[in-house]
Design a protein around this ligand. Structure first.
Ligand SMILES: [Zn+2]
Length: 384
C-alpha cells in the first residue's frame, strides 16, 4: 500500500533544512513564516493521539498577545521566534527518531533528495537519524523496493559464497587457487549489493551522508564488474596465462578509473544519469575484447561449449537491459506517479543486476566443472 497522503501545501523541508544547518533565520522572513510553521511541519508527521510535548508547545503558541505592550519584549520577539523554531525542529527530529513521519511528494523534497521527477509521491522526508533511516526499511516508500532487492540479493550471494567455499576440495583441480578466484567474484557481488542497500537506506539522512554512500554505491558496481572478470578470465585463459594477466591488469585499471570518476560530486546528480550508465556499461562491455580473443583463438564451437559464451551473452543482455531502463527511467516516464512505490526503473535495474550476477556465477560454475572434467592438463590430447 502506498502510504502517501494528501499533504496539501508543504513548503516544509526548506525551513527545516536551513535550521538544521544552524542558520539563524532572518527576523523579517521569520515573522512571515512564524504564523504558518505548524502547517509547514504538520504534514510530515503522524499526529500523536496524546502528546504532552504538543500541549507544551501549544501553550507557548498563545504567548504572543498579553505582553505585547512591553517594548523590550517586542525587541526580543525575533529571537524568541527563532528559539521557538529550533524547539519545533528538535521536536521534529525527535518524532522522526521515534518513527513518526509520513511520506511526502516529490515537489517538496529538498534539492539533494530530488532524483527522479517521475516518482510523484511516497518519498521519505529528510531524516537526520540513522536509527530512523534503518527503521524505514520496514516502511513503504519509494526506496523500499530498492533496499529489499539488494538486501535479499546480498543475503543470497553471501549464502551461495559460503556454500561454494565449503565445497569439497576433491571437486576442484586446484582447490585453493580456484576458490580464491571465485571468491573474488563473490566478494565483488556482496560488496556491491551491501553498498547499494546501505545507500538506499541512508539516502534521506542528510546531504553529506547521501553523498558519501552514493560514492560507495557506484564504487560497488565497479567492484562487481572487476570481480566478475577474475574467475571468467582465469578459466577462459587457463592454458594461456599471459593474456589472462594482461586482461586482468586492464580491467583493474579501468575499474579503478571508474571508481575515481564516481568520486566526482557531480557524477551522482540526475543530469549525469546517462553518463553513469555509460561508464559502467563500457566497463562491463570491455569484456567483449577478451571474448573475441577467445573466439578467434579457440573457434566459435569451443567458445559456445567450453567457453560458456551463451551464459555470458545472457548476462550482458541482462546488464544492458537494466542499464537502459535505469538511464531512460522506464517505465515511470510513461506512467508518472503510477510506479512510485513498485516497479520503477531503479528497482527493475536492481533486479537485473542480481539476475545478471547469478547468470555469471552459473557460467563460471560451468567453466569450473568443465576444467575439472578435462583435468588440469592443457595438451590437445588431454582436452579431448
Ligand atoms: Zn541502486
Amino acid at each position: 500500500m502506498n502510504e502517501s497522503t494528501d499533504l496539501g501545501d508543504a513548503s516544509f523541508p526548506e525551513p527545516v533544512l536551513r535550521l538544521r544547518k544552524g542558520h539563524i533565520p532572518d527576523p523579517a522572513e521569520q515573522e512571515n513564516h512564524a504564523s504558518d510553521q505548524s502547517s509547514e511541519q504538520g504534514p510530515l508527521l503522524v499526529e500523536p493521539t496524546t502528546s504532552s510535548q504538543n500541549e507544551k508547545h501549544s501553550n507557548k503558541d498563545d504567548g504572543n498577545s498579553p505582553t505585547q505592550e512591553d517594548e523590550g519584549f517586542m525587541a526580543r520577539l525575533p529571537l524568541l521566534q527563532a528559539h521557538h523554531a529550533m524547539e519545533r525542529m528538535e521536536e521534529f527530529v525527535f518524532k522522526v527518531w521515534e518513527g513518526r513521519w509520513r511520506v511526502i511528494p516529490f515537489d517538496v523534497l529538498p534539492d539533494w533528495l530530488k532524483d527522479n521527477d517521475y516518482l510523484l509521491h511516497g518519498h521519505r522526508p529528510p531524516m537526520p537519524s540513522f536509527r530512523a533511516c534503518f527503521k524505514s526499511i520496514f516502511r513503504i516508500h519509494t526506496e523500499t523496493g530498492n533496499i529489499w532487492t539488494h538486501l535479499l540479493g546480498c543475503v543470497f550471494f553471501l549464502c551461495l559464497g559460503i556454500f561454494y567455499m565449503f565445497r569439497p576440495n576433491m571437486t576442484f583441480v586446484a582447490p585453493l587457487q580456484e576458490k580464491v578466484v571465485v571468491g573474488v567474484f563473490f566478494l565483488g557481488a556482496i560488496l556491491c549489493l551491501s553498498f547499494s542497500w546501505l545507500f538506499h537506506t541512508v539516502y534521506c539522512h542528510s546531504e553529506g551522508v547521501s553523498r558519501v554512500f552514493s560514492k560507495l554505491d557506484y564504487s560497488g558496481i565497479a567492484l562487481l564488474i572487476m570481480g566478475s572478470f577474475v574467475p571468467w578470465l582465469y578459466y577462459s585463459f587457463y592454458c594461456n596465462p599471459q593474456p589472462y594477466f594482461i586482461y586482468l591488469i586492464v580491467i583493474c585499471v579501468l575499474g579503478i578509473a571508474a571508481i575515481i570518476v564516481s568520486q566526482w560530486d557531480r557524477f551522482a546528480t540526475p543530469q549525469y544519469r546517462g553518463f553513469r550508465a555509460g561508464v559502467f556499461l563500457a566497463l562491463g562491455l570491455s569484456g567483449v575484447i577478451p571474448t573475441l580473443h577467445f573466439v578467434i583463438t579457440e573457434g566459435l564451437l569451443k567458445a559456445a561449449t567450453m567457453g560458456q559464451i551463451g551464459w555470458l551473452a545472457l548476462m550482458a543482455c541482462l546488464y544492458i537491459t537494466g542499464a537502459a531502463l535505469y538511464a531512460a527511467r522506464i517505465p515511470e516516464r510513461f506512467f508518472p506517479g503510477k510506479c512510485d512505490i513498485w516497479f520503477h526503473s531503479h528497482q527493475l535495474f536492481h533486479v537485473f543486476v542480481v539476475a545478471g550476477a547469478f547468470v555469471h556465477f552459473h557460467g563460471v560454475s560451468n567453466l569450473q566443472e568443465f576444467r575439472f572434467t578435462v583435468g588440469g592438463g592443457c595438451s590437445e590430447d588431454e582436452m579431448l
